[in-house]
Write a protein that binds this ligand. Structure first.
Ligand code: ZN
Length: 382
């Protein structure tokens, strides 16, 4: 009788259950939970899944589900396994845990405009201002990562036009002088006055301390004063603050020397990319390049400088010369012949702003140097 009771006790409490795990027979003590059974067997070699950020980066190598399991052909979670005891004859398939992505929330944030730039023209200006849009982003609870979800309201790109001047109703050409004022400027001003023509001077702010009186004189003589920025730096090398300072400090210097504050610039080396437009497009009216490069800085001789202009002249052309930055005696020598030759060919010599005024594709505020960015516009983030 006692023997039967003990056997009965063994049979119900202690006898091993026979189960299959991943196709192999395994014995387990009665009364063991399935979760405990799998844990005690070191998860049967299953590797834990990872915890991933919403951007797909690994937050932890084992932060995902610890293992995957199917019981008698039904997929279960590790949580499911906690509450059930192993039953004789059951079949487990235990495999690697799955990756889990962190929790996240959504928020709506501004979408900055980009900048698009045309190429190939001598005069660059803003033809469309950028406007911010809105987008929804997903923010990871643990990583803080932001992932774009959807654009709710598309941004409007800033667009930079790049146009050559095609004047209507006459033959016009614009002589321009860079890198001054300098000791050569008075000679150039005298020739222009004697010949009764107007030109445009892209002055350096840094030259005004010594030669500011010539900036004042050229304005009094009816020429156009514009900015070549402050210290002739290669602007794409500057960060946004330095770029803006380079432009605004030149405007300050020109204003204090000559009483006018030009918005028109010519970037040193012509270098004003979409990045510079994105950073400082709100403080200039246009960036003026050139159509005819006299290469006067190479000092090829006055005749060569003159020939470069006269042989290449066309209606709307902007001519690059220099009244500073080096020995400009050849420019002084070439200038009377250039003016006479252009006049003989029927050209009227005008300032750049006047040249632009003869072509309707240039907006009035660009021609007049009164550009202001609209209040609802925004610069791109570049
Ligand atoms: Zn220059």
């Amino acid at each position: 009788m006692l023997g039967v009771a003990l056997f009965s006790c063994y049979w119900t409490m202690l006898r091993p259950l026979n189960v299959q795990v991943n196709g192999k027979d395994v014995q387990v003590r009665v009364g063991t939970s399935a979760a405990e059974f799998i844990r005690n067997n070191d998860y049967f070699g299953a590797k834990a899944g990872r915890k991933l950020s919403i951007g797909g980066n690994v937050i932890s190598e084992d932060g995902g589900t610890r293992y995957s399991v199917a019981l008698d052909g039904n997929q279960k979670t590790p949580q499911d396994m906690e509450g059930v005891n192993v039953v004789d004859g059951s079949s487990f398939v235990v495999s690697d845990g799955t990756d889990v992505t962190e929790g996240s929330t959504e928020k709506t944030v501004p979408l900055a405009p980009a900048v698009q730039m045309e190429s190939g023209g001598a005069v660059q200006f803003v033809s469309q201002w950028g406007r911010a849009g809105k987008k929804v982003v997903t923010v990871g609870d643990e990583s803080g990562e932001e992932v774009d979800k959807e654009v709710v309201d598309p941004a409007q790109d800033m667009v930079i036009a790049s146009r050559n001047v095609k004047p209507a109703g006459g033959k016009y050409i614009a002589l321009t002088f860079d890198d001054g004022p300098s000791g050569y400027t008075p000679d150039i001003l005298k020739i222009l006055k004697d010949k009764g023509v107007k030109a445009t001077f892209y002055n350096l702010g840094s030259q005004e301390a010594n030669y500011g009186k010539y900036a004042k004189q050229l304005v009094e003589d009816g020429h156009e004063l514009a900015s070549h920025t402050n210290a002739h730096q290669y602007l794409p090398n500057l960060d946004a603050n330095a770029l803006r300072a380079e432009i605004s400090s030149a405007a300050d210097a020109l204003e204090s020397a000559a009483g006018v504050r030009p918005q028109m610039i010519r970037a040193p080396y012509g270098a004003f990319t979409s990045t510079e437009w994105g950073r400082a497009g709100d403080i200039i009216s246009c960036n003026v390049l050139w159509n005819i490069d006299t290469l006067d800085w190479k000092r090829p001789g006055a005749d060569a400088i003159k020939a470069a202009v006269l042989n290449n002249a066309f209606n709307g052309a902007i001519v690059l010369m220099h009244d500073g930055g080096g020995n400009r005696q050849q420019d002084v020598e070439a200038l009377p012949g250039i003016i006479d030759g252009l006049k003989a060919a029927g050209y009227e010599l005008v300032t750049v702003s006047e040249l632009l005024s003869h072509d309707e594709q240039f907006p009035k505020e660009v021609v007049e140097g009164t550009v202001t960015m609209p209040k609802d516009a925004q610069l791109p983030q570049v």
